[in-house]
Design a protein around this ligand. Structure first.
Ligand code: KG4
Ligand code: ZN
Length: 369
């Protein structure tokens, strides 16, 4: 079953064609340059950029998916035969007939940005009479560790249950991933998300959006040491929730006391200490969740998981408990992309979770994950 998936939840216009866990094509048109100087994603600019790019991104994804190398010899032979009798082979419409299902990110995300993808998916589903599947963006991030390339790598299979740690620019969650499309959120941030907390701190010391990669580089230069010991909010709360706003405030007051010269001289130390504090909060609650649930198999997802320091801390954590951790296998899978949406949709299709009434897609309550 071939799925065309679309994600416009934030600042990437993304489309992919997937089959099972395999990605036949993946197109991401990043808006990073549009938002960089604003220190964060500006919703109205995101909406306009999605509108300008969505048709191009979708048609590229469909075109790339049907490159010859993605076909078996027998499929190719029949396509060639068809091509000889028809000029339609170059035609988007012709390729589109090979798509079985359309999947789209329904939320969470920026409402006016999501809307662009949802409208496009509805339009295509109606025009080409394809069933439509709504996917939760965080559900996509959970499945990102199981996405395979077109050759089926990596080949590891599911071994439920998992504990999923999701850390993106808008969400920080601990989720029990019990079985396909079966989740329970057991912890989440009560204020800022991990990525958001990092982006805001980067902005406070003069860097643009996204702040994560910048802080990672600065911190690496001082070997990820913790110089200032900023607070780890809620680390002793009995629950599995996170909080980053106290840490952000404490960072703000600390740098306010510094002269411009002092701040610039200590940028690396500030970045490293702050990053350590954020990651420590993540590790403390993940460890608590492992102890509480007895689950030692982690799967992680979201933009912040690109960070090598965080990956090493997670590896050290599971080693302590003889557990394991799965990371998104290819770099593009940590950030936002539609391939993970297509793979999550595949498992929803197996459960026949199709949208019955397309007109309700943008009105039904966003799944809470
Ligand atoms: O998942 P994502 O691409 O978008 C959302 O769904 O929000 O996550 C974006 C977040 C941003 O906050 C960005 O600063 C952070 O991921 N990020 C990183 C790194 N790369 C991206 N954070 C830490 N280290 C990185 N290398
Ligand atoms: Zn995301």
């Amino acid at each position: 079953m071939k799925i065309l998936a679309i994600d416009t939840s934030c600042d990437e216009t993304a489309a992919a064609v997937t089959e099972g866990r395999k990605v036949l094509s993946n197109v991401i048109y990043s808006q990073v340059l549009v938002h960089k100087s604003w220190g964060g994603v500006v919703p109205s600019l995101a909406k306009r950029a999605h509108e300008e790019r969505i048709d191009y991104v979708v048609s590229e994804a469909v075109r790339k998916a049907f490159r010859v190398e993605n076909f078996s010899p027998s499929e190719l032979a029949s396509l060639k035969e068809e091509a000889q009798t028809s000029t339609r082979i170059q035609n988007f419409q012709h390729f589109f007939s090979q798509i079985d299902v359309i999947a789209v990110t329904q939320g969470p995300g920026l409402a006016i940005a999501l809307e662009v993808g949802i409208q496009k998916a509805k339009e295509l589903a109606e025009k080409y009479k394809k069933p439509l599947i709504a996917v939760n963006h965080m559900e996509g991030h959970i499945y990102s560790s199981f996405v395979q390339n077109s050759k089926g790598n990596p080949s590891y299979d599911f071994e439920f249950p998992y504990l999923a740690l999701l850390v993106s620019g808008s969400h920080t969650e601990l989720v029990l991933f019990k079985d396909h499309i079966s989740y329970e959120v057991i912890g989440k941030s009560v204020d800022d998300a991990g990525g958001e907390a990092i982006d805001k701190a980067a902005r406070m010391i003069g860097f643009g959006y996204p702040g994560g990669p910048t802080l990672e580089r600065l911190a690496l230069d001082v070997k990820n040491k913790d110089f200032y010991k900023f607070p780890r909010p809620m680390s002793h709360s009995g629950d599995l929730n996170f909080s980053f706003s106290g840490l952000k405030t404490s960072f703000f007051y600390y740098i306010r006391k510094l002269s411009e010269e002092e701040k610039n001289k200590n940028l690396k130390e500030l970045a490293s200490s702050y990053q350590e504090a954020v990651f420590d909060c993540l590790i403390i609650k993940t460890e608590k969740a492992m102890k509480q649930t007895g689950i030692k198999k982690l799967v992680v997802g979201g933009g912040v998981i690109a960070n090598k320091r965080l990956r090493n801390l997670l590896r050290a954590l599971v080693k302590k408990y003889n557990g394991s951790v799965l990371f998104p296998p290819y770099p593009y899978l940590t950030g936002d992309n539609a391939a993970m949406i297509g793979v999550a949709a595949h498992f929803k299709a197996e459960k026949k979770m199709y949208m019955q009434d397309l007109s309700t897609l943008d009105r039904i309550p966003r799944l809470s994950l």
